[in-house]
Design a protein around this ligand. Structure first.
Ligand SMILES: *[C@@H]1O[C@H](CO)[C@@H](O)[C@H](O)[C@H]1NC(C)=O
Ligand SMILES: *[C@@H]1O[C@H](CO)[C@@H](O)[C@H](O)[C@H]1NC(C)=O
Ligand SMILES: *[C@@H]1O[C@H](CO)[C@@H](O)[C@H](O)[C@H]1NC(C)=O
Ligand SMILES: *[C@@H]1O[C@H](CO)[C@@H](O)[C@H](O)[C@H]1NC(C)=O
Ligand SMILES: *[C@@H]1O[C@H](CO)[C@@H](O)[C@H](O)[C@H]1NC(C)=O
Length: 935
């Protein structure tokens, strides 16, 4: 099972440190492989048993590898035939190809072998007929290469004594098994496997099952490791690795299988946290699903970051190091949360692994990711992370899903883009949160158990899941009668986007009219998108609200629904007795529904008054966060004015909640970046300072600093970052002062502030500072810390430093690909670096596509970084041409470039339509007399 290319995730973690989504997924997409023709009909001959023996040879200097295999497949003949067709890709098969008839022990002569490279098929035509109902053994020899784009690859790293080392890992899902051995690739054909691996004596071998025996190999320095037979499984679920890692056992808990974690000896101590919590997480899920873990042992592989994708397989789970390691001295608090979430997400999905089907990843990952949050809350109750993380994720999803190019979650997999997959999993998790809030925990859990009991291996769909929820909620009568789970959920899963809920109060009659339409950040779409987007979508929207008088934030049970009947326009809903005219009203408590909400001007005014008042903290923190997030997005789309939005931001001066600041920061960073090359930037910065200064003074006041405001660590990190990014004087002073105390031996800078302090110090500092940091980088063995230092090194205002960093990024075999992207983005974010980064990409485009092995997703990330900074049509056209010309042969580039271009169109549209509104609001609110404000 595979997921999002992991380092895209890490990028998210690093760049959006203050606003990370939970640890995300890899969507293992073997991009350069052409889409598979469907398993049109069941084959005439089907596998009963595989016996695979594989010898792996690796050249550790060049990180090349080859494998030689011998395979015996016992097959059953379902229809008389003369031909057996296997799936292979990039393998050399033969010369030995034998077929033995079980009844007689006789060999069936081969007439002809054929390869159909295009369809990745290998056919064996026999001289005589294979008899119906009989069993045969097919034996063949084959060989192939380990590579980044195939199902078996080799990753490199250097060990403690600077020797190159390698690790070989399989990645057969979703469709690469045939690049490792000839097979019947249809995932519905299940058969047991026996695996034997030949490898050098100084390496370990692990697979889904336990080691059965080890024995000598004919070559002196090689040995065989044989594994126990697997239960019947599809070929894609086989997994194995050869490595020189050290194995660490987790503490044993009842109901948790034996768990061993394999990692590089040098960083093994950083695995302690995840190794300790993993069994508790598994035990939690055993209880939740009411089903034992589906294997008697688990090996966890922690892969150095040069390894490409990673996977979870029942019995053998793999993680990128960044997602698994935590160092008390070197990792941020956020990293620890990410580790816990990641481990929980891996395991929670194991209970769905029988139902695996790429078209349903969004459904099962969404659900299992949502459930993973409960495991984290169980293991780390003091964090109270789940709801917080969900709300945070909600804001990210709302941003992405407001684009014209957004995909319906149920169709996201079809576009073959990791970005679409991530968005789909995230949105789907939030939809499960909504459903959970509507039907209650008991019904929710019972329904999932019912679904797991009922669903057959490989044969399921969303209808079956909604049916389980429907039956359970009918039993408990937990939903209003006219609400059908499937209709409700499908209104969210089968179409892209989400509603803008408009609440208009008539203060004379006290009636409230609620309507819905699709929210688009750029309502008048043009450019590369096919025509203006129809807004006649509708959703089933549960409505929750409260008012000044009610002041109750607890219940998320809907009082009313916006309905959505097929083939009918969305109908407005009229509510009475909502609130007296002088009281504010807010909708969508605890952000349980994925929507934006807007109100009539007077109600916005009432809410603004409440937020500005002394009792503002009585309003639930999630609602405060949503109000800030909504008002800024709505202003960006021209639904409300920037006067209103900036007015709301002024209330942040008294805001203490991290989540509210974070909601604001998402949008403020976007504004800051977008305004960077406009004349208004200095006025905008002074507006930012007016908001930030009081909070900054409060949090970083030397008198109160020692008072140990530990609970505000995250807020401090966020404020510091915003303040230094907008060049606020006191922030730079603080950063330089802190950095001055740094030496190779002692580092007293709080971990969560290092990123900002390093970057600011490098920006204003000397070459000596740069060199010091570079040395710290070389000494560090904490992946997160190394990433932080790398991106800080690119904050320099010297061209030589930026050049050097780009050279380092694309010139090093051992640098984690996540760090490559990190450096590239950091250079592009640097005001002096954008041109440099763009030129570098354009000049080296061929080498870079090769460097990434033609991986569309990874190259797309680089273009995205540049696209986020365009402000004119011609800059956009330039990148469009680049994709059209130089990247045209990358698989799936059409859909990807449409999405990337959309980013650019949105920014340009904003400049055209909203920029002047923002200017006048900023000028008005700051009272600035700068020339830009006087026209
Ligand atoms: C698997 O095949 C190897 C030879 O390729 C053989 O030595 C071994 O006995 C076979 N194992 C089983 C369980 O069939
Ligand atoms: C979902 O699966 C069930 C049972 O396999 C089947 O009856 C039903 O038609 C399927 N629904 C859809 C929409 O494919
Ligand atoms: C603030 O809340 C308190 C009780 O929580 C209430 O007594 C007081 O009237 C409120 N003040 C305002 C200005 O709403
Ligand atoms: C990448 O694509 C180019 C052009 O199609 C091709 O020549 C090259 O072999 C590919 N490289 C890899 C590693 O697949
Ligand atoms: C400027 O702000 C004041 C309130 O501070 C407001 O009344 C006025 O409408 C604003 N003017 C513009 C042009 O937005």
């Amino acid at each position: 099972m595979v997921r999002l290319v992991w380092h895209l995730v890490v990028l998210q973690l690093c760049l959006l440190k203050a606003a990370p989504a939970r640890n995300d997924r890899r969507s293992g997409r073997p991009s350069p492989i052409e889409p598979r023709s469907q398993w049109s009909s069941a084959p005439d001959v089907r596998p009963l048993h595989y016996n695979l023996s594989l010898l792996t040879e690796v050249d550790e200097v060049n990180l090349h590898g080859t494998f030689h295999g011998e395979l015996t497949i016992r097959v059953h003949v379902w229809r008389e035939t003369r031909t057996i067709v296997l799936s292979t890709s990039g393998l050399k098969v033969g010369p030995k190809v034998w077929l033995i008839r079980k009844n007689t022990g006789g060999r069936v002569a081969v007439r002809k072998l054929w390869h159909d490279v295009r369809h990745q098929r290998f056919g064996i035509h026999f001289k005589s007929l294979l008899w119906l109902g009989e069993e045969y053994s097919l034996m063949l020899k084959f060989s192939g290469q380990l590579s980044r784009t195939s199902g078996y690859f080799v990753g490199g790293y250097v060990d403690a004594s600077s020797h190159p080392q390698w690790v070989a890992v399989s990645q057969l899902a979703p469709n690469l098994a045939n690049t490792v051995f000839p097979c019947f690739e249809d995932p519905t054909l299940l058969s047991p496997f026996v695996l034997n691996l030949a490898h050098t004596r100084n390496t370990n071998a692990v697979s889904n099952t336990r080691v059965r025996a080890t024995s000598d190999h004919e070559r002196d320095n090689y040995m065989w490791t044989s594994f126990h037979q697997t239960p019947p499984t599809s070929v894609q679920k086989l997994a194995f690795s050869i490595n020189r890692f050290t194995g660490q056992k987790s503490p044993r808990l009842a109901k948790c299988p034996e768990l061993v974690t394999w990692l590089r000896p040098r960083i093994a101590d950083q695995g302690a946290y995840a190794i300790g919590i993993a069994p508790q997480i598994i035990v939690f899920f055993v209880g939740l699903f009411g089903k034992p873990y589906p294997s008697v042992k688990i090996d966890q592989l922690v892969l150095p970051d040069t390894a490409y994708q990673s996977h979870e397989h029942v019995g053998l789970v793999s993680y990128p190091e960044r997602a698994f390691l935590y160092s008390e001295q070197g990792s941020t608090a956020m990293a620890k949360q990410q580790v816990a979430s990641h481990v929980a997400q891996e395991f929670s999905h194991h209970w769905f692994s029988d139902l695996e089907n790429p078209a349903l990843y969004w459904l099962h990952y969404g659900l299992s990711d949502y459930l993973a949050g409960f495991a984290v809350d169980k293991v780390e109750p003091t964090w109270r992370l789940h709801e917080l993380a969900m709300v945070r994720q909600g804001f990210a999803v709302l941003d992405e899903d407001s684009r014209a190019s957004a995909q319906a979650v149920s169709l996201a997999h079809a576009t073959q883009s990791a970005a679409d997959d991530t968005q789909a999993y995230h949105k789907s998790a939030l939809l499960f949160r909504m459903l959970h809030s509507l039907i209650g925990t008991q019904v929710f859990v019972n329904a999932i158990r019912l679904y797991l009991r009922r669903s057959q291996k490989g044969a399921t769909n969303q209808t079956l899941l909604w049916k389980a929820f429907q039956e359970e909620s009918d039993r408990q009568m937990s939903l209003r009668q006219d609400i059908q789970v499937s209709r409700l959920m499908e209104s969210w899963t089968l179409q892209p986007g989400y509603p803008l809920v408009k609440v208009v109060r008539d203060y004379a009659t006290q009636r409230v009219t609620v309507t819905q339409e699709r929210f688009l950040r750029n309502p008048r779409v043009g450019g590369d998108s096919p025509g203006p987007i129809s807004r006649r979508h509708c959703w089933w929207v549960p409505l929750t609200f409260t008012s000044a008088g009610r002041d109750s934030w607890v219940s998320a049970l809907p009082s009313e629904w916006l309905t959505c009947q097929a083939y009918q326009p969305a109908r407005p809903l009229v509510l009475t007795e909502v609130a007296p005219p002088d009281d504010w009203v807010v909708f969508n408590l605890r952000v349980t529904t994925l929507c934006r909400v807007t109100y009539d001007d007077h109600n916005w005014w009432l809410i603004g008054q409440a937020l500005a008042g002394r009792n503002a903290s009585n309003i639930d923190r999630f609602t405060r966060a949503q109000l800030v997030s909504d008002v800024l997005s709505l202003a960006g789309a021209g639904v409300v004015t920037y006067d209103l939005a900036l007015g709301f931001l002024q209330n942040l001066q008294r805001e203490d909640e991290f989540i509210v600041w974070q909601a604001a920061a998402r949008n403020l960073r976007w504004l800051h970046r977008t305004l960077l090359n406009t004349p208004i930037i200095s006025v905008f910065k002074s507006f930012m300072w007016s908001i930030l200064q009081p909070k900054f003074d409060e949090l970083f006041d030397p008198q109160t600093r020692s008072a140990g405001k530990n609970n505000k660590l995250d807020l401090k990190g966020l404020i510091l970052k915003l303040a230094c990014q907008t060049d606020m004087g006191p922030c730079a002073d603080l950063a330089l002062k802190e950095f001055a105390g740094l030496t190779l031996k002692s580092n007293r800078i709080p971990i969560d502030q290092r990123e900002t302090i390093y970057c600011t110090a490098i920006r204003y500092g000397t070459e000596a500072d740069w060199t010091l940091l570079r040395r710290l980088y070389k000494r560090s063995n904490v992946a997160e810390e190394r990433g932080i230092i790398l991106s800080a090194l690119t904050c320099s205002r010297e061209n030589w430093a930026l050049d050097k960093m780009l050279g380092l990024a694309f010139g090093s075999r051992y640098l984690p690909k996540g760090d490559v992207l990190l450096i590239f983005s950091a250079v592009a974010q640097n005001p002096l670096g954008f041109i440099l980064a763009k030129r570098y990409l354009v000049d080296n485009i061929q080498a870079i596509t090769k460097f990434y092995g033609n991986s569309t997703d990874e190259i797309a990330q680089l273009v995205t970084v540049l696209m986020e900074k365009v402000s004119t049509e011609s800059e956009l056209d330039y990148l469009r041409e680049l994709m059209k010309k130089d990247l045209r042969y990358l698989p799936g580039i059409e859909a990807t470039s449409r999405r990337i271009l959309d980013l650019g169109h949105d920014i340009i549209a904003w400049h055209k339509r909203q920029y002047l509104h923002l200017v006048s609001a900023v000028c008005n609110i700051t009272g600035s007399i700068e020339p830009q404000c006087l026209y």
